[in-house]
Every structure is written in structure tokens, then in C-alpha cells.
Design a binder for this molecule. Structure first.
Ligand code: HEC
Ligand code: HEC
Ligand code: HEC
Ligand code: HEC
Ligand code: HEC
Ligand code: HEC
Ligand code: HEC
Ligand code: HEC
Ligand code: HEC
Length: 435
């Protein structure tokens, strides 16, 4: 009896011992972490300093740093076991950094590659930031109006950029930039426009980003950082922001590279993509770009009586003709599908292919090579011809069959009429005989 109780005590003690050892060997385990946070004097004291500070502590708890055990002292320094308020002269205590100091303050960890490797994070944010307009202005000229890490990421509420609540989330970041860039007072010393977001929202990219165009994927279109660089002056591989388009529009870029325009671009810096498409308010382009002298249109750079403009007119005509032809035949297909109700699925498929070919041919415009473009448009025309011919044949067959049917019907009616007549005559004879 006594022995059994003793055993129980030993077992309980052993289990406690194991739990204690586990905690020591795994300081980052959830329950060990909570215990550590509960005894963190920075948190203990700051939770009691009033509503505002308590709120910061709460924000920090829900932030990427709070969740991964980067505590107050990780950023601010100081001793989290001391019950005294840390002072600036204490070793390691940074306090609240000035705007000028923030990039280095964050980079202490974020540029430390041996440490960040365990989190699988890049460590080039500060070095890229130094190349950006913001970074150069701040670090070379001491201008504190520009964006620093905490303007784009937050302070105690920093979230991963994949988090929908993050200020840097793909669908939120434009608003974060806009916070400063639409502020005309803030921007007046720099003589910068303040309509970037307003224009961007009109653009095809912006429409897709804000889910205004069904079945398009917002994660593929650029928001501000994809064109201007996430931390640096321009995205990787791009020397100038104006040349960023080719990073995504690779096929179009390829066609453009084969053109006389590319030669001109190399020699005289024009025309760039943005000289025909704009940059913040890029609309869905139409063939109207070939007409007139408005900005972005061919006639804006070329005399409307010259060969360049005329070539544009020919390119446009090739597209207009093939599109018109496809639409014409399309009408016919629909008509024959509704009226006699013929099954024309194959013809429909072929014509859909023709329509897709037009879309595929539009980028070829950028070569300025009429012969090349006509290879596509001619194929579209012959597809339309083929479909039309097939439809016409089917329609003729249908008429012949209709005529045949009509003739058969007529014969049947005559036979039935004849039989009825015969029956009537027989009946009459029978009645006469009875009489
Ligand atoms: C005994 C309470 C106490 C403790 C413990 C404490 N603080 Fe504070 N802390 C304060 C008070 C009070 C202020 C001033 C608040 C104010 O001005 O609103 C302050 C201010 C700050 C500031 C603002 C900048 C400054 O120095 O005025 C920072 C940053 C800060 N504390 C970080 C920490 C960190 C990190 C720890 C843990 C290593 C910590 N504190 C521990 C009481 C404390
Ligand atoms: C990711 C780094 C980071 C962490 C972690 C962090 N802070 Fe801060 N904290 C900052 C920065 C950056 C500022 C300066 C903000 C500014 O300039 O507006 C700041 C400012 C402060 C201030 C002064 C704010 C003011 O406006 O007077 C206090 C107080 C403070 N932090 C307390 C804390 C406490 C308490 C914790 C832990 C719960 C904590 N911080 C965790 C980065 C951090
Ligand atoms: C002008 C706004 C802006 C500034 C300033 C800025 N960032 Fe960022 N940062 C972003 C955006 C936007 C993303 C999201 C990246 C993405 O969508 O891929 C990001 C991503 C990050 C990431 C996660 C992705 C990665 O590269 O590992 C870290 C870490 C980061 N930033 C740290 C910093 C630090 C540190 C600073 C200051 C030196 C800073 N940022 C300055 C906008 C900014
Ligand atoms: C004490 C080291 C430390 C300091 C100082 C620090 N961070 Fe971090 N930060 C981390 C760690 C560690 C992570 C990774 C957390 C994870 O992935 O679980 C992180 C994550 C982030 C992320 C999320 C990255 C992502 O994947 O989207 C951003 C953004 C970020 N930090 C910005 C900042 C900013 C801005 C500052 C300065 C105000 C700062 N950090 C200061 C250690 C630090
Ligand atoms: C804290 C305010 C602030 C935020 C947030 C901010 N910026 Fe800026 N930005 C500025 C200021 C101020 C300038 C003017 C510096 C100059 O032109 O010399 C500037 C300059 C620029 C320029 C250079 C313009 C030019 O041609 O001179 C670009 C591009 C830019 N910002 C893009 C962005 C993007 C993209 C974001 C968001 C990811 C962003 N900014 C967020 C304040 C901000
Ligand atoms: C499709 C790419 C693209 C997107 C998206 C984009 N920009 Fe730009 N941005 C440019 C180009 C290209 C320029 C002109 C550069 C030049 O002239 O060399 C420019 C110029 C600017 C300028 C200088 C002033 C001006 O308006 O000409 C600022 C500031 C700026 N952009 C901020 C932003 C902000 C903020 C966003 C998000 C709302 C944004 N950009 C989205 C490509 C883009
Ligand atoms: C981050 C990648 C990316 C960058 C950078 C980018 N675009 Fe786009 N762009 C897209 C995507 C994705 C679409 C939508 C394609 C679709 O219709 O599905 C699109 C659509 C367009 C369209 C509408 C026609 C079409 O094919 O849908 C034009 C025009 C356009 N972009 C021009 C530009 C120009 C000019 C630039 C440079 C100033 C640029 N883009 C930069 C990804 C990008
Ligand atoms: C932003 C100005 C600009 C716009 C807009 C523009 N071009 Fe050009 N184009 C040039 C420049 C510059 C050259 C180089 C030759 C020159 O200086 O005239 C050129 C050359 C050409 C050439 C080659 C002439 C030769 O040497 O054989 C053709 C063809 C041409 N453009 C057609 C067009 C068409 C079609 C459009 C409209 C879709 C158009 N361009 C719009 C600036 C422009
Ligand atoms: C000389 C003017 C001009 C230049 C320069 C130019 N484009 Fe175009 N772009 C056009 C015209 C014209 C169309 C066709 C409109 C139509 O017929 O529907 C077009 C169509 C497009 C389309 C929609 C069709 C497609 O290709 O998917 C995209 C996207 C596009 N351009 C992107 C670019 C990019 C990226 C660059 C730079 C590499 C560029 N453009 C350079 C005039 C130009």
C-alpha cells in the first residue's frame, strides 16, 4: 500500500521533470514562449502605462514579429528581465529611433544573412532601399518626408505581405503609396503629380487588380511596386522604370525588338512602350491608335502624309478586314443555328479559332512588318472563307432535303387523298347497292 503511493509520487515527479527538460530544450515551443512573454518586463510594464501603449503591445502580439518571438528588446534593446525602465545609456537600449535611423534599426536583423537564413528571408532590403529615390533622399540629403520602412510596413503591427491585412499586400499597397503620393502639400516641394492612384485605377492593370474584370487574375498585374521596384529603384533586370513592361509582356516585347522602332529607341530613346500606351492610365488598346495626331497615336510622331503613317493605316486595314469578315460569317453561323436550327458546332469551333487568331496577331503589330502581319490576317480570312463555304454547302443540302421532304409529303398527301376518294366511291357504291 505504502509502496504504491511512493511509486505514484515518483512517477508524477518524473513526468514533471520531463516537462521541465522539454521546456529547456525547446525555448520556442508555444507554451514556453507564452511563459517567456508573461515574464517579459517590457511587456509587463508597458501594458500598464495606459490605453495607447497597451494597444501597441496588443498590435505587436498579433504582428509577424510577435508571432515569431522578436520581442520589444529585439528591436529596442534593453534588458527584458529588469524591472526598471531602461535608459538610453544602458548598454544596447536604442529607445525609439528617429526617422533617419529607422532603416539601419530594422536592417540590424534584416540584413543579417546568417540569422535571416533560418527564416528563409532575403536580406537585400536595405541595400536596395539605398538605390531608390526614397532611400537616396533620406540617406544622402536627410529628407525625412520620403518613405521609410515603417511607412510601408507599419510599426508594431507589421504583417507578412501575403497577409490580407498587411499594408504591403498586393491589393493594398497602392493605397499605402497613395497615402503620401496623393498629398499635394507633401508633394509640392518636389513638383510631383499627385494623381498616380487615380489614373492607375482607370488602367486595365488597375481594373484587374481591383477585380473589376471577371476571370482575370489580380496577382499577375503590376501594382506600384512591380513597376517601381519593391525596395530598389527598379525591379531586377530593368535599367529604367519605363522599360519594365517587357518583363511581363515578353512575347510583345520580342516582336517589338524586331522592329524599326527598336532601332530608333536605341538611337534616340523613342518610342518606348509608354509613348504609345501611357504608364499609369494604360487602357486596353484599340486600332484607333493608328489614326489621328492625338498623343499616343501614330500621327503624334509621324506626318499623316508620310509612309510610316500610311503603313499604320495598312496594318489597321488588314485587321479591320479580317475582323469584319469573321464577324460577317459569325452572323451567318448564328442565323443558320437559330432559323432552320442546324447543328453547326464544328463551324462554330473553327470560327472561334479564327477569333483567337486575331488576338494572337495583334501583338505582331509591334514588328511594323506588314508582310508578317498579313501572314496571320490571310490565314484568318481563309478560315472565315472555309467556314462560310461549309455553311453554304450545309444550307444548300438542307434546302435540297427540304424540297425532297416537301415532294414526299405531297406524294403521300395525294396517295391518302386518292385512297380517301376510293373509299368514298366504294361507300357510295355500297349504299347504292343496298338501296
Ligand atoms: C518600469 C516600467 C518600464 C519598463 C520595465 C520598461 N519601460 Fe519602456 N517606458 C516606460 C515609460 C514610463 C516610458 C515613457 C512613456 C511615455 O513617455 O509615454 C517608456 C518608454 C519607452 C520607449 C519610448 C522611447 C523612450 O525611451 O522614451 C520605448 C521604445 C520603450 N519604453 C521600450 C522598452 C523596452 C524595450 C523595455 C524592456 C527592455 C521597456 N521599455 C521596459 C516604462 C517602462
Ligand atoms: C519590429 C521592431 C519593433 C518591435 C518588435 C517593437 N517596436 Fe516599439 N517601435 C519601433 C519603431 C520603429 C518605433 C519608432 C516609431 C516612430 O518613429 O514613429 C517604435 C516606437 C516605440 C515607442 C514610442 C512610440 C511613440 O510614439 O512615442 C514605444 C513606447 C515602443 N515602441 C514600445 C514598444 C514595446 C513595449 C514593444 C514590445 C511590446 C515594442 N515597442 C516592440 C519598432 C519596434
Ligand atoms: C516604399 C515602400 C517600402 C519601403 C520604404 C520598404 N518596404 Fe519592405 N516591402 C514593401 C513591399 C510592397 C513589400 C512586398 C513585397 C512583395 O509583394 O513581394 C515589401 C517586402 C518586405 C519584406 C518581405 C519580403 C522580403 O524581401 O523578404 C521585408 C523583410 C521588408 N520588406 C523589409 C523592409 C525593410 C527592412 C525596409 C527598410 C530598409 C523596407 N522593407 C522598406 C514596401 C516597402
Ligand atoms: C530583432 C530582429 C528584427 C528586427 C530588429 C526587425 N525584424 Fe522584421 N522580422 C524579423 C524576423 C525574425 C522575421 C521573420 C518572422 C517569420 O517569418 O516568422 C521578420 C519579419 C518581418 C517582415 C515580414 C516578412 C514577410 O515575409 O512578409 C517584415 C515586413 C519585417 N520583418 C519588417 C521589419 C521592419 C520594418 C523592421 C523595423 C521597424 C523590422 N522588421 C525589424 C526580425 C526582425
Ligand atoms: C511617407 C510618404 C511616402 C510613401 C508612403 C511613399 N512615397 Fe514615394 N516619395 C515620397 C516623397 C516625399 C517623394 C519625393 C522624393 C523626390 O522625388 O525627390 C517620393 C518619390 C517617389 C518616386 C520618384 C518620383 C520621381 O520621379 O521623382 C517614386 C517612383 C515613388 N516615390 C514611388 C512610391 C511607391 C511605389 C510607393 C509605395 C510602394 C511610395 N512611393 C510610397 C513619399 C512617399
Ligand atoms: C505599369 C507600370 C507602373 C505602375 C503600375 C505604376 N507606375 Fe508610376 N510610373 C511608371 C512609369 C513608366 C513612370 C514614368 C517614368 C519616366 O518617365 O521615366 C512612372 C512615374 C511615377 C511617378 C513620377 C510622377 C509621375 O506621375 O509621372 C510617381 C510618383 C509614381 N510613378 C508613383 C506611382 C504610384 C504611387 C503607383 C501606384 C498607384 C504607380 N506609380 C504605379 C510606371 C508605373
Ligand atoms: C507584373 C507584370 C506586368 C507589368 C510589369 C506590366 N504589365 Fe501590362 N499586363 C499584365 C497583365 C497580367 C495583363 C492582363 C493580361 C490579360 O488580358 O489577361 C496586362 C495587360 C496590359 C494591357 C492590355 C492588353 C492586354 O493584353 O490585356 C496593356 C496595353 C499593357 N498591359 C501594357 C503594359 C505596359 C505599357 C507596361 C509598362 C509600362 C506594362 N503593361 C507592365 C502584366 C504586366
Ligand atoms: C513617340 C513617337 C512615335 C510614335 C507614337 C510612333 N512612332 Fe514610328 N517611329 C518613331 C521614330 C523616332 C522612328 C525612327 C525613324 C524616324 O525618326 O522617323 C519611327 C519609325 C517608324 C517606322 C520605320 C520607318 C523606316 O525607317 O522604315 C515605321 C514604319 C513607323 N515608325 C510606324 C509607326 C506606326 C504605324 C505608328 C503607330 C502605331 C508609329 N510609328 C508611332 C516614333 C514614333
Ligand atoms: C508605336 C506605338 C507602340 C509602341 C511603341 C508599343 N505599342 Fe503596344 N500596341 C500598339 C498598337 C497600335 C497596338 C494594337 C491595338 C489594336 O490593333 O488593337 C498595341 C497593342 C498592345 C497590346 C495588346 C495586344 C498584345 O500585344 O497583347 C499590348 C499588351 C501592348 N501593346 C504592349 C506593349 C509593350 C509591352 C510595348 C513595349 C515593348 C509596346 N506595346 C510598344 C502601339 C504600340
Amino acid at each position: 500500500m505504502i509502496n504504491k503511493k511512493r511509486y505514484d509520487i515518483v512517477i508524477v515527479l518524473s513526468v514533471l521533470q520531463i516537462l521541465f527538460l522539454l521546456q529547456l530544450s525547446c525555448p520556442s515551443c508555444g507554451w514556453a514562449k507564452e511563459r517567456k512573454k508573461a515574464s517579459n518586463t517590457c511587456i509587463l510594464c508597458h501594458t500598464q502605462l495606459g490605453k495607447k501603449t497597451a494597444e501597441w503591445v496588443e498590435q505587436w502580439r498579433r504582428s509577424v514579429h510577435g508571432e515569431s518571438d522578436v520581442t520589444c528588446s529585439g528591436c529596442h534593446g534593453g534588458d527584458p528581465t529588469s524591472f526598471n525602465r531602461p535608459k538610453t545609456k544602458d548598454s544596447g537600449y536604442v529607445g525609439a529611433p528617429s526617422r533617419r535611423q529607422v532603416p539601419e534599426f530594422c536592417a540590424r536583423c534584416h540584413s543579417n544573412s546568417s540569422w535571416m537564413r533560418q527564416f528563409n528571408k532575403r536580406t537585400d532590403q536595405l541595400s536596395l532601399y539605398k538605390t531608390s529615390v526614397h532611400g537616396r533622399r533620406l540617406l544622402e540629403e536627410g529628407d525625412e518626408n520620403v518613405a521609410i520602412c515603417i511607412d510601408c510596413h507599419g510599426r508594431h503591427d507589421i504583417k507578412k505581405y501575403t497577409d490580407l491585412e498587411s499594408l504591403t499586400h498586393h491589393q493594398k499597397v497602392a493605397e499605402t503609396c497613395n497615402h503620401c503620393h496623393s498629398d499635394s502639400e507633401k508633394m509640392s516641394p518636389y513638383d510631383l503629380r499627385t494623381d498616380q492612384l487615380k489614373l492607375y485605377k482607370l488602367s486595365y492593370h488597375g481594373q484587374i487588380l481591383y477585380n473589376k474584370i471577371p476571370d482575370k487574375n489580380p496577382s499577375l498585374v503590376p501594382s506600384c511596386p512591380e513597376c517601381h521596384g519593391i525596395h530598389g529603384a527598379a525591379p531586377a533586370g530593368v535599367t529604367e522604370v519605363a522599360n519594365v513592361c517587357g518583363n511581363c509582356h515578353t512575347a510583345t516585347n520580342e516582336y517589338f525588338s524586331q522592329s524599326k522602332h527598336m532601332e530608333a529607341l536605341i538611337k534616340q530613346g523613342k518610342p518606348r512602350c509608354i509613348d504609345c500606351h501611357a504608364y499609369h492610365d494604360i487602357l486596353y488598346p484599340t486600332s484607333a491608335l493608328f489614326d489621328g495626331t492625338e498623343i499616343y497615336h501614330c500621327g503624334n510622331c509621324h506626318d499623316v502624309h508620310q509612309k510610316e503613317y500610311n503603313l499604320g493605316q495598312k496594318i489597321k486595314a488588314a485587321f479591320v478586314e479580317s475582323e469584319k469578315r469573321v464577324n460577317e460569317v459569325w452572323e451567318k453561323v448564328i442565323q443558320i443555328e437559330i432559323d432552320p436550327g442546324l447543328d453547326v458546332l464544328d463551324e462554330r469551333d473553327d470560327l472561334e479559332t479564327g477569333k483567337r487568331m486575331i488576338l494572337e496577331a495583334v501583338p505582331v503589330t509591334h514588328t511594323l512588318d506588314l508582310e508578317e502581319i498579313e501572314k496571320y490576317t490571310n490565314e484568318i480570312l481563309s478560315t472565315a472563307d472555309k467556314v462560310e463555304k461549309s455553311i453554304d454547302t450545309r444550307q444548300e443540302e438542307f434546302i435540297i432535303r427540304k424540297k425532297g421532304l416537301f415532294a414526299t409529303l405531297l406524294i403521300l398527301i395525294i396517295i391518302i387523298g386518292f385512297l380517301l376518294f376510293k373509299r368514298w366511291v366504294l361507300q357510295l357504291e355500297l349504299e347504292l347497292n343496298e338501296d
